[in-house]
Design a protein around this ligand. Sequence first.
Ligand SMILES: [Zn+2]
Length: 511
Amino acid sequence: MDSERIYIFDTTLRDGEQSPGISLNAFEKVEIAEQLARLGVDVIEAGFPVSSPGDFEGVRKIADSVSGVTVCALARAIENDVRTAWDAIKGAERPRIHTFISTSDVHLEHQLRKSREEVLEIARRMVALAVSLCEDVEFSAMDATRSDPEFLATVLQAAVDEGAATINIPDTVGYAIPREFGIFVADQFQRAPGLRDVTVSVHCHNDLGLAVANSLAAVEAGATQVECAVNGLGERAGNASLEEMVMILETRHATLGKVTGIETTEIDRTSRLVSQLTGYEVQPNKAVVGKNAFAHESGIHQDGVLKERTTYEIMNARSIGRSQSDIVLGKHSGRHALKTAMEELGFSLNEAELNQAFENFKKIADKKKQITAVDLEHLVSEELRELTDIYELKSYEVTSSSEFTPTSQVIIEKEGEQLVGKSFSGGSMEAIFKAIDDAVGAKGKLLDYQVRAVTAGKDALGEVRVVVEVEGEGYAGTALSIDVVEASAKAYMRAMNNAYRAGVVMNGSKK
Ligand SMILES: [Zn+2]
């Protein structure tokens, strides 16, 4: 029997990006999208273009630059949404419009305030409009699991009739349980025969911890596309976790008979990149990508695994790309070694980028004996993030002692112009942050501050993540350095750059 192909639709950049505190800039979104393409997902849902100019820009950049994958944009079943989504993705190699409307009575009555007839009519018109713009259209019936099955089937059949090639049955509120959801999906195939001619998709939320289990039940009932997110990110408790879904199909292939297009050895790296750019850490005991997912602590297990790996291991860490023998570079490694290591990690740097990366590499290698693959990944994404920053922290100075109030001075450059900021404040970090505020002429309020070590050891790179409130909005910034004070200053500067990009007026603004 041939294995059936299951399509992986990744919504990390849309549903995942809606998680509180995540604010990726367009450049970071492209970086994640490129890694998703390397991972081999079939569809990248890049965003919801009508929701903000920033989202539109992020989707457009991904559509224009990422190849080998379908790039999808979300749109409510509203004409302006659909047209805006199309404007954002029309440059893609394979564009897809994903439009949705609620079908449950509770949503119709309280949110949409529309009758079933009206909803059916809107779904028809908007799918038809999307199909007139874009060959590949997906339709979702929001809150499908709480909808009347007969009405849901009528709407889904109508969407198929209007030309939607993918029909999504979401468990929007995370209410379903696996056996029931499997039966529900199978029943829709009976009621809406057109579903047999299209791709049937599911989108499950994890409110009860069942997103992956429900998705699997749907796959066994005939669904061939699963919507999921890296590290299970997403609204509330998140979406079905991509890595878990894929590794279930992979590990239990003999029983399930399904295959995906995922290059599983890219899973670990994708998980790390998403965690690093979103600031959402992965819990250590998380299935597949948690730091302890392959660590055996019990003596009996260790003994067994040493004698024969399969005694206690159902998956190999290498299959998700986690290798024991990390690439290690040191202080004496040259440009060529760095270039080769970067290529092995999937980064193709041009001459200028390589020069810059090498310069940074040398700075770190001076202080840190061994540079691992994880360090290098951070180094590159750090470098790439800096390219988009308008304000650059040139230097900082802080004096603190147990006797005096700390003082700080920073020099920031913006398009060749130097801005100097000074402060006299409560703590030494606070003094630097206030000096940056002074230089850029904006007032930031620190909402969140986290430090973590990227790799083990006393000389580990420290990563600082801040969320700064400016004019009522929160902006995140992440930065990396051997020195935590420097990483903090840079992270704060980066959050301020994000605020500037979002339209906050600052010193040196041309407006
Ligand atoms: Zn969702």
